[in-house]
Ligand binder design. Structure first.
Ligand SMILES: CC(=O)SCCNC(=O)CCNC(=O)[C@H](O)C(C)(C)COP(=O)(O)OP(=O)(O)OC[C@H]1O[C@@H](n2cnc3c(N)ncnc32)[C@H](O)[C@@H]1OP(=O)(O)O
Length: 418
């Protein structure tokens, strides 16, 4: 693979490029709606094609995202996606060449972070990405699991839900007000991404051919005092056997601004007639839902990595978040793929902000850039990585102090893939 084979895509080449991308994922063509959405969100200046003659052999792009980080800043993050190599051209270094070019471009653009959702987690560690956010997926047996009544969220005698009124709405027609609510939630959790134009359509994308027997997407709004306090998007998948109905509710999104609206939405989803299961995920690993259900064991929970993160500029990345406790630590960072990050950095910060600069002082903790990516959003602890032998403490006490500072009270969460 020579660098001359790799270049930025021209808009008129998109169809050819996209065919290779689809082929890399098995060759099942996407619906017209989905294809149109991905084209609309493509930033051609950030889209790479690896050419073998007039054939596209490799695809990759990045979106100019802003990622919510601990402390509430929205930090420039390249959202890497659409990575694929034609089945005829694998294991000859095309992915490696694309990752090289892309990370150089991201650095030149001054974006401190790169993030992605990996098709397989083994692929990206070599390029410095580590799993920074995890999510819960589950299927609750709603014949056995009920939702606890918490004060202020209980069903009132007149059938209302703690002052919250539920109303079905057309997902498209309610999109703008749901997006406004999502935007208010953005900085409440690290790992969430500010939606760029067109991305809101991902939430209501509902190609008829991909429903797998489920209803069209529904949207239920939770309102209180005439104000939108939450929404859920879901579909119902009916099913029957000789003993009766056993349909499932397939939940796509639940967002709410307060516990009453949140509980009311889940209570509604758990109570839909003719269903006995609620499928959900990705949900935050510390989702309050865990504390509303009567029987967690019957929620079929599984945890999975979702957002993988790579610090592209270690100094800028570490200075962009805040820290739960005051920290002053010298980190020795290893980074073979982006050697500009390698070496010693002094991080000094607290709840108000941070500075991270090069230093000649002795290292206190030694870790790779991938480990830094894993702990960056507060979803994985330095101590856990040290327990796995992936972080080394050179000065006694440094690990415990840095661990407390990097931790974050709210688990990071990526609400949807990209
Ligand atoms: C962010 C996203 O878009 S995720 C989507 C990723 N794409 C896919 O999963 C689609 C199907 N797969 C593919 O298109 C390709 O196999 C890719 C993109 C995963 C790999 O592309 P290739 O050009 O074959 O990778 P390349 O030759 O550069 O391999 C680099 C290294 O990664 C390793 N590697 C590549 N793919 C994988 C994999 N799926 N699992 C584990 N290791 C892998 C290679 O063995 C090689 O290791 P080495 O350096 O020790 O020899």
């Amino acid at each position: 693979m020579t660098s001359t084979d790799l270049r930025v895509l021209r808009p008129e080449e998109w169809d050819t490029w996209y065919r290779t991308f689809e082929l890399a994922f098995g060759g099942v063509p996407e619906s017209d709606e989905e294809r149109a959405l991905w084209r609309d969100v493509t930033d051609f200046g950030r889209t790479l094609a690896a050419w073998d003659g007039d054939q596209v052999a490799g695809t990759a792009l990045s979106h100019p995202f802003r990622l919510s980080v601990p402390g509430g800043a929205l930090v420039a993050a390249a959202g890497v996606s659409a990575v694929g190599v034609a089945p005829t051209h694998r294991r000859r270094g095309i992915l490696t060449a694309m990752m090289r070019r892309q990370l150089d471009d991201v650095r030149a653009a001054g974006e401190p972070l790169a993030v992605l959702c990996a098709s397989e987690p083994e692929i990206y560690g070599r390029f410095g990405y580590g799993p920074a956010a995890y999510a819960l997926f589950g299927e609750a047996d709603t014949a056995r699991v009920s939702l606890a009544a918490s004060p202020g969220t209980d069903n009132g005698p007149d059938g209302d839900t703690g002052g919250v009124r539920l109303r079905l709405a057309d997902p498209e027609e309610s999109l703008a007000e749901c997006e406004a609510l999502y935007a208010r939630r953005l900085t409440a959790r690290p790992g969430m991404i500010r939606r760029l134009p067109h991305w809101e359509r991902l939430g209501v994308l509902d190609p008829a051919g991909e429903r797998d027997g489920a209803s069209p997407l529904r949207c239920v709004l939770a309102e209180s005092g005439g104000e939108l306090r939450g929404y859920a998007r879901y579909a119902v998948k009916p099913d029957w056997d000789l003993s009766g109905p056993k349909g499932a509710v397939v939940v796509r999104d639940v967002e709410a601004l307060d516990p009453a609206a949140y509980a009311a939405l889940w209570r509604y989803l758990f109570g839909i007639d003719l269903t006995s299961a609620v499928r959900f995920g990705p949900r935050p690993v510390d989702d309050p839902l865990r504390h509303l259900v009567s029987n967690l064991r019957r929620c079929g929970l599984r945890v999975r990595d979702t957002l993988h993160l790579r610090p592209v500029d270690v100094g800028a990345a570490l200075a962009a978040r805040t820290y739960t406790t005051a920290v002053d630590v010298v980190l020795e960072v290893g980074d073979d793929f982006c050697p500009w990050n390698a070496g010693r950095w002094r991080l000094a910060g607290d709840t108000g902000g941070a500075v991270c600069e090069r230093t000649g002082d002795p290292a206190e903790l030694v870790l790779g850039v991938r480990e830094l990516g894993e702990v960056y959003l507060g979803g994985t602890s330095l101590a856990a990585l040290a327990g796995a032998g992936r972080v080394r403490e050179l000065r006694p006490g440094a690990l415990e102090r840095a661990d407390a500072a990097f931790s974050w009270p709210v688990a990071p969460w990526l609400p949807h893939g990209f």
